[in-house]
Design a protein around this ligand. Structure first.
Ligand code: ATP
Length: 910
């Protein structure tokens, strides 16, 4: 469809696309066209095939080192070793493929959830559908915050602006105008009467006809050139990458030293070369990035199940460190299920004095005083929501007004709009906190403005009473303000309405019509979430565009604020300089009547205080503050596409309590990664220490190359993954203060833990290795020296058995270590092991494999091990359980010191 629609008039466009009905296509026609043109979707870049994915698994430095070790083994005639190396490399590749597949599936599922929606006019009705179902000829309604879902020839625009950087590279929004006529050959960026797929509407409203969908759109044409952005590495992944790099260099240096030492000691150079290479392979923590990636990817799909879509992977980690959560009020802390409680016209408010008396709706249709009718007319006409049989589209407050009018008004919205058609408008803007529509009457024009009552009142000079206008005196203004305050302090959301005869675009010198008060009850689960945050040392701050009294009333009910001193209004904020704001932000709990640009200042002030800030937002203008926050959170239901794009994560249920779950998940993920990292590093450290000590003492190598590779690549990876995906105890996680932003994985005892268990594993493995020669020497009454031990170990039978002991203890002790690492502060007898079935499976598989390599005759030959007796197994198991014994001891100590700490806290508290 290469027609240049920008050069066509709107009528020509309709004719060309066979869509001339102002009520849009019929459902039947749309279905036919969908079959003809296919879904409105950009093709995904081609996915690599099975073999190229498999091949990429082997493009890894680790595999190169293994290959070198394999080739050397073949040269040395060690075919058994070569086979093991090949098996290890193949298994490593297979595990990598599975992990990658899992991560990709999780992300694909997310993509499906973030599908774009569009408002389409079909069969005379506006309805929200999946943007993929749009067809050429469809009529699409645009408003601020929406992404343009297909290429459109604009038919009608009202102050429409769109940001088209995806197409033109130009970030500043451009003005759109349906009436513009374009000359042929005009560049995309200058075609003001067109809106293009994937650009964003930043202001105004519009109606357009779909001219192209899917790959036929302008962005579709260049889509093939756009590569999907590579997955961003998280700070932790980066840090672990650096750590891995440093450790690898250290490991290689150590292994080179080991090899040099062996050569100097005149050992078998070939064998020592393979051993040193194997040790290097073992020491390089190559499993770390893989474990972190899969842990994060799994957490992303877990979070999706609890209504959080993670758009940027790093935010999962940052979530765990969040210390302040800034939340919108409407819809997030409240239900966003608004119902009109009262509609009070100006005459009633000022002249009849109905203070405090709440009049319930339900007086019946038609029984309406002129003042009431005019007020309701304003609320219905100055309203962009749609209430029809296909659903409810628009702002919940506006929908509530329509529902009220439907019940109480003497006319329907349709009738009113036909009587007084809208001719112009100034769209709602949270900065101005009001909107205006202009309507044609039989005699001229009338404008209606609705918005925040204080803002409306400021702009009125008269009020309507008994059908006539009266001046607004100072005292009547004060009475109205008192009334607004009173209603707001009940937690009601109050809107004001005004009329102006003539083009009211200036929104000044208007006639005040009255107020509507709406109830939007707090979400019951939000109070619990706020309380949980308090325990977790996370502060909740409410940031709202609403009135101070409404905000404070709701904040009090939720436990966010206690009194008015914790409340800062937008006007006050304007008077504070950055330094003063920074100071006030330390204790403020509610920011009211703020506009979106205030939000950026608030985030900055909080960040300067050292807080890690999570911030929610939904509007177009919230994008900068969502970006400025450490974790930007957009609302899935009420949020605009623009806010969602700027955010790090999206709450699909718009619920504050979901943030608490997300933070808990973030903390859990960090804990798990920490456990997996400490486990892997302490195990690697144990292996290196075992080998290095033996070689330095001129003893034969306690482990063969194949043993090292087996333990490292087969036995270690599954427990590490099991730790990474462990279920964390939610309440316990939320009792600690958040970790510092730059806190290392090795702080809070992490380093000591790594070194301690590394040493312990080395000590018991060496003890196992030397058990037999020491026994022989002792039985013969000989002195135990490095030399005499070497001599005894010179016997190949003794050496094979001793190596089997070391191999078994090293392998099993790591499994025991992994089980303990699930929770360093808790006895294994108090853990719920069924919660981590992967760990049970890993431990069972580990033991099975360890038994197989000593009991299966083929594997015994391959690994050059010795079959063990029942007594030997028992003794080795006893030795291998040392990390678990140490764990029990340390857990017991930490329980005692924890109990003492609590008692002391209680004492000092009382
Ligand atoms: P929050 O920021 O917590 O979501 P909010 O909805 O009150 O709360 P904004 O959307 O910034 O915040 O709106 C600011 C004020 O503008 C509201 O308090 C209300 O008085 C007024 N307002 C909101 N929506 C409309 C609308 N559709 N038409 C007219 N006025 C509105």
């Amino acid at each position: 469809m290469a027609e240049a629609f920008e050069t066509k008039t709107t009528e020509e466009t309709g004719r060309l696309l066979h869509s001339t009905d102002p009520g849009g296509l019929s459902a039947e026609e749309a279905r036919k066209r969908l079959e003809q043109y296919g879904p409105n979707r950009l093709q995904e870049p081609e996915q690599p095939g099975f073999f190229s994915r498999l091949l990429s698994q082997f493009m890894d430095p680790l595999i190169y080192v293994l290959a070198a070790a394999g080739v050397i083994s073949v040269f040395l005639g060690e075919i058994g070793d070569a086979c093991i190396i090949a098996a290890v490399a193949a298994l490593n590749g297979a595990v990598g493929m599975i992990q990658e597949g899992k991560a990709k599936r999780a992300l694909d599922a997310l993509k499906k959830m973030t599908r774009l929606k569009a408002v389409v006019r079909r069969d005379q009705t506006d309805q929200e559908i999946d943007a993929a179902e749009l067809v050429p000829g469809d009529l699409v309604v645009l408003d601020a915050g929406r992404q343009v879902p297909a290429d459109l020839r604009l038919l009608w625009t009202e102050s429409l602006r769109a940001e088209e950087s995806a197409l033109t590279g130009e970030a500043a929004p451009v003005h759109k105008d349906a009436g513009f006529s374009a000359a042929a050959g005009l560049p995309v960026g200058d075609r003001k009467n067109m809106a293009y797929m994937s650009s964003n509407v930043t202001a105004g409203r519009g109606l357009g006809m779909v001219t192209a969908t899917g790959m036929d759109t302008e962005i579709g044409r260049i889509a093939r050139l756009i590569r999907e952005a590579p997955m961003e590495a998280t700070p932790l992944q980066k840090r672990l990458g650096d750590l891995g790099g440093a450790l690898s260099i250290l490991a290689v240096a150590l292994c080179a030293a080991l090899f040099g030492l062996a050569v100097w000691q005149k050992r078998d150079v070939g064998e020592m070369l393979i051993t040193a290479i194997s040790l290097a392979v073992a020491a390089v923590p190559e499993g770390l990035p893989a474990v972190v990636t899969i842990v994060l990817a799994l957490s992303v799909s877990r979070m999706a199940r609890v209504h959080t879509i993670v758009r940027r992977l790093p935010s999962v980690e940052t979530l765990g460190a969040v210390s302040v959560v800034c939340s919108d009020k409407t819809g997030t802390l409240t239900m966003n299920r608004m119902t009109v409680e009262e509609v009070l016209d100006a005459g009633e408010l000022l002249d009849e004095g109905v203070s405090g008396r709440r009049r319930r709706p339900g007086r019946g249709k038609g029984a309406m005083a002129p003042g009431q009718e005019e007020l309701l007319r304003a609320f219905v006409l100055c309203n962009d929501a749609e209430l029809n049989k296909k659903g409810r589209i628009g702002d919940p407050g506006e929908l509530a007004l329509l529902e009220y009018a439907e019940k109480e008004g003497p006319w329907t919205k349709g009738e009113l709009e036909r009587q007084l058609p809208r001719t112009a408008e100034r769209a709602f803007d949270p900065e101005r906190k009001r909107m205006t529509t202009v309507h044609r009457t039989e005699t001229g024009i009338v404008s209606y403005t609705k918005g925040a009552p204080d803002v409306i009142l400021e702009r009125c000079s008269r009020y309507l009473s008994g059908g006539g206008e009266r001046p607004l005196t100072g005292s009547s203004r004060r009475r109205l303000q008192d009334r607004i305050s009173w209603l707001s302090s009940q937690g009601l959301r109050v809107l004001g309405a005004a009329r102006s005869d003539g083009d009211g675009r200036k929104e000044e010198d208007m006639v005040f019509l009255g107020l509507a008060a709406m109830a939007d009850p707090p979400r019951p689960e939000a109070a619990h979430a706020v309380a949980m945050f308090k325990r977790a040392h996370v502060r909740t701050v409410m940031i709202t565009g609403d009135h101070r009294d409404t905000a404070l009333a709701i904040a009090r009910r939720l436990g966010i604020a206690e009194d008015g001193t914790q409340c800062i209004s937008g006007a006050e904020l304007d008077r504070l300089d950055d330094a003063a704001l920074k100071e006030r932000a330390e204790t403020a709990a509610v920011f009211s009547r703020v506009s979106p640009d205030h939000k950026v200042r608030i985030v900055r002030a909080l960040k300067e205080n050292g807080s890690i800030v999570a911030m929610t937002g939904d509007g177009v203008n919230d994008a900068p503050s969502l970006k400025a926050a450490d974790v930007g959170i957009a609302m899935g239901q009420t949020g605009t596409d623009v806010a969602k794009q700027a955010a790090d994560m999206v709450l699909t249920d718009d619920n504050f309590a979901t943030i608490e779950k997300a933070i808990e998940e973030g903390r859990g993920v960090y804990e798990n990664i920490k456990k997996a990292v400490i486990f892997l590093l302490s195990s690697n450290f144990g292996e290196i220490m075992t080998m290095f000590t033996a070689i330095a003492l001129s003893l034969p190598s306690p482990l063969k190359a194949s043993h090292i590779l087996w333990i490292n690549l087969i036995t270690d990876s599954l427990p590490a993954l099991a730790l990474g995906t462990d279920k964390n105890d939610g309440p316990a996680l939320m009792e600690e203060p958040p970790r510092g932003k730059d806190e290392s994985l090795f702080s809070r005892g992490g380093m000591v833990c790594t070194l301690f268990y590394g040493f312990l594993i080395a000590v018991i493995s060496l003890a196992a290795f030397l058990r037999l020669p020491v026994g022989i020497l002792a039985a013969e009454g000989k002195r135990i020296t490095a030399e005499s031990l070497s001599l005894v170990l010179g016997d190949p039978v003794v050496l094979a058995r001793s190596q089997t002991y070391a191999f078994t203890v090293l392998g099993l002790s790591q499994l025991f270590h992994a089980v303990g690492m699930r929770d360093v502060g808790r006895s294994v007898f108090r853990m719920n092991h069924l919660e981590n079935r992967l760990m049970l499976a890993a431990a069972a598989l580990g033991v099975l494999l360890q038994v197989l390599v000593t009991e299966n005759s083929r594997l015994v030959a391959l690994f050059q091990t010795a079959a063990l007796s029942g007594t030997e197994w028992r003794e080795l198991l006893f030795l291998a359980a040392a990390p678990l014994a140490a764990h029990e001891l340390l857990a017991g100590l930490s329980r005692i010191s924890g109990a003492r700490g609590t008692a002391e806290k209680e004492r000092s508290g009382s």
